[in-house]
Design a protein around this ligand. Structure first.
Ligand code: ADP
Length: 369
């Protein structure tokens, strides 16, 4: 066989047998040749592509922009791989769109003109695999986080349950012996201690339950008309028993009396913030609560002159189970502020704070109301 004929056979084999789509395109953007892989990829038969504008292979909404890019490429032709960092897509004859990677190489046609050879790869499967890998990574990350949360939960639960359970056990034993001696004063005192401990355990369980409901997306606010000063007064009364010696709460309300919000969620938000102010400030210190309602917004401010929160701890304050390094032996689960934040968001609002170690803290909640 003549060398020229051999070259032609070889070129044809290379062109037609290639698994990459290959297109040869004129300066005017017309397809001169398309190999079998390119036809199969874009869903065309043998004579259908030749002579067509290259833009028929581009998603309809991107054709104009592509024509502009092609003009730019024509004025400065150079080999380039177009897949890198670009999100390219091709469009099949049936209109469906698929992701592609393309590289372009300009060359002389030997008669003073210039042609471009485009290599096209369908990367649908590669992208699906990358997506699957990314999904697995996200799942793994979630599993890890769940594992860490579970161990924090077990730690906090066992730590926080130990003291009240020990109190209940010892008081129950003492009640027996005081009752034998008919010492009813002490029987009453230990019954009260048992009641307190059970209340405390109930509060902890309530927080765990709230967390579970939040995570399952099962908290649905019930919006109703609320009398704000009344609710505030109720909360103040409920919290009086946990005030330390000499601590005093001052509650101030300004603006509209009635607001539209979820009574229970608002109550839990305020109770968490005020009970923190009580827990993390010393005896004889004041706690200020301000509530303002106007123009469809409720703002609640809780201010204390307590131990404050270090800058380092401030960054993690709203994380589940997080307790600041200076929380010491004060009881708590590290869930209160997380619940406050999530409930505030459910009520169309947000929460912010400022705090200085040794000076005190101020928490501010805004709600739609
Ligand atoms: P906890 O049940 O531990 O009180 P929270 O989620 O309510 O959990 O608060 C998280 C942590 O933030 C607390 O453990 C405490 O270290 C810190 N904190 C919250 N409120 C205050 C406050 N008013 N003053 C100082 N530290 C606070």
């Amino acid at each position: 066989m003549k060398k020229e004929a051999t070259d032609q056979v070889l070129f044809k084999a290379l062109f037609e047998q290639a698994t990459e789509g290959i297109l040869i395109v004129t300066e005017a953007g017309k397809i001169l040749l398309a190999n079998a892989a390119a036809r199969a990829m874009f869903g065309y038969e043998i004579p259908e592509l030749e002579g067509q504008s290259i833009e028929i292979l581009i998603p309809t909404d991107l054709r104009r922009a592509h024509a502009r890019h092609r003009e730019q490429f024509r004025s400065d032709p150079h080999p380039r791989s177009m897949g890198l960092g670009l999100n390219l897509h091709g469009q099949r004859k049936d209109g469906s769109v698929f992701p592609v990677e393309i590289s372009l190489s300009p060359f002389d046609d030997g008669a003073g003109g210039q042609l471009t050879i485009a290599f096209v790869i369908d990367i649908t499967v590669r992208e699906q695999l990358a997506q699957q890998r990314a999904n697995i990574a996200v799942e793994l990350e979630k599993e890890k986080e769940l594992g860490a949360l579970k161990s924090r939960f077990v730690n906090i639960a066992s730590h926080e349950f130990r003291t009240p359970l020990a109190t209940i056990l010892s008081s129950a034993g003492l009640i027996n012996s005081y009752a034998d001696r008919s010492d009813f004063e002490n029987v009453k005192r230990h019954t009260a201690r048992i009641k307190n401990s059970v209340n405390h355990l109930q509060n902890i369980l309530q927080e765990f339950l709230s967390l579970g409901k939040i995570e399952d997306g099962k908290v649905e606010p019930k919006i109703e008309a609320i009398n704000l000063p009344e609710l505030l007064h109720e909360i103040e009364e409920d919290l009086k028993p946990i005030l330390k010696k000499g601590q005093k709460i001052t509650c101030q309300h300004a603006g509209e009396t009635i607001a539209q919000t979820d009574r229970n969620l608002l109550r839990i938000i305020a109770i968490n913030l005020i009970s923190n102010a009580i827990k993390y400030s010393p005896e004889d210190s004041p706690i200020e609560v301000e509530c303002r309602a106007a123009a469809g917004k409720i703002e609640i401010v809780v201010r204390d002159r307590g131990i404050g929160i270090s800058e380092n701890d401030q960054r993690k304050l709203f994380e589940r189970f997080f307790r600041a390094s200076n929380s010491g032996s004060t009881t708590g689960t590290g869930l209160g502020l997380y619940i406050v934040k999530r409930y505030a968001e459910l009520l169309g609002g947000s929460v912010a704070f400022s705090s200085q170690v040794g000076e005190g803290s101020e928490f501010r909640v805004w709600l739609v109301g």
